[in-house]
Design a protein around this ligand. Structure first.
Ligand code: SF4
Length: 330
């Protein structure tokens, strides 16, 4: 049973104005219902680092795309995976765990970045570029549909994109779909030609350098940790460019006291809860897709086991091959 007082004490760390005691009482009842349903359904609940703070309370595991994909393949005893994240992440869980029922509590939870790369357009672009660069290698970021992963030589995440591209035998790489990450990788690997897909994440692309400079002026000692989906003029201001889990690990280990996590705002909320005693400031934006998952739609999805994520087997095996290649290369 969730104790509303303890819940309130914890959630106000993330947002004291929003999490009133009355709201925490209501949240506690919903969390109890989810716990009961998870046991009945033999379900495991995975939550991405950008989810709402109350969802972390009932998650079996939290993490970034890579960690959750790995975990999805390891939760042997569970029959059902409730994936609290966005559509491509739930697809990735299905790719690595084909025998399990994978549920995305709100089917509208897509991703503006993944949506920039339709499989048919990607196929056409690969054909066009292969005529010009016969040794072209295709690397797709995990933020792509399963169909795009199936067309790629290797998949990657924000934590290992540079390592994957570096390890590919090809000199010329088509990087899909994030142009900001492609530019970041190109700087780290000057001996390869990286051709970007013209996509970006609306959340990270909208973060302006001014908001970081403003906080740095007030706290010159602050450590600025930036997600590589941000623009180049923002990454330039970073002490480190890291994946979401990389940011958490860095903040936990560092001797510094103040941090600015420049990414989706959910990570700042999670950091305040997971790393008490250190100070986290905000230069972030909210992802409307990540926030589409609520305790209510988790309850409904556990009751109905819908909406379920399914994939044609040829797409699933093709995408699995590109994910396996990522692990081989790194
Ligand atoms: S933060 Fe950006 S990349 Fe992540 S799910 Fe939202 S739109 Fe997609």
């Amino acid at each position: 049973m969730f104790n509303p007082e303890q819940l309130h004490k914890k959630l106000i760390l993330a947002d004291p104005g929003f999490y009133t005691f009355e709201l925490c009482e209501e949240i506690g009842q919903k969390l109890d219902r989810i716990t009961e349903l998870k046991a009945e359904r033999n379900a495991v609940l995975l939550a991405h680092n950008y989810q709402r703070p109350e969802i972390f309370e009932v998650a079996d595991f939290t993490g970034d795309s890579l960690e959750l994909s790995l975990l999805a393949g390891k939760v042997e005893k569970a029959e059902v995976i409730i994936f609290c994240g966005v559509h491509f992440m739930a697809e990735t869980a299905k790719i690595v765990s084909p025998s399990k029922k994978v549920i995305l509590p709100n089917i509208q939870a897509g991703c503006s970045l993944a949506d920039t790369a339709e499989a048919e357009d990607v196929r056409a672009r690969i054909e066009e570029l292969r005529n010009k660069y016969p040794d072209l290698g295709v690397v797709s970021y995990v933020n792509t549909t399963a169909a795009v992963k199936a067309l790629s030589d290797a998949c990657c995440t924000s934590a290992n994109a540079v390592d994957v591209i570096q390890a590919m035998p090809n000199k010329t790489i088509l990087y899909i779909p994030d142009k900001n990450m492609a530019a970041y990788a190109a700087k780290q690997i000057p001996d390869k030609t990286i051709i970007p897909w013209e996509g970006s994440c609306y959340v990270h692309h909208e973060i302006e350098p001014e908001s970081i400079l403003h906080i740095k002026e007030i706290y010159p000692d602050i450590k600025v940790l930036v997600h590589p989906e941000c623009r180049d003029d923002v990454i330039k201001l970073a002490d480190k460019a890291l994946s979401t889990s990389g940011i958490i690990k860095y903040a936990m280990k560092s001797n510094a006291e103040r941090f600015l996590a420049v990414t989706e705002c959910g990570l700042s909320d999670l950091l305040k809860i997971q790393v008490p005693g250190k100070k986290f400031y905000r230069a972030c934006k909210i992802c409307r897709y990540m926030k589409m998952i609520t305790l209510d739609n988790i309850i409904t999805s556990l009751e109905t086991l819908q909406p379920e994520i399914t994939l044609p087997e040829d797409v699933r095996t093709g995408a699995e091959r590109s994910i396996r290649r990522m692990f081989e290369l790194t």
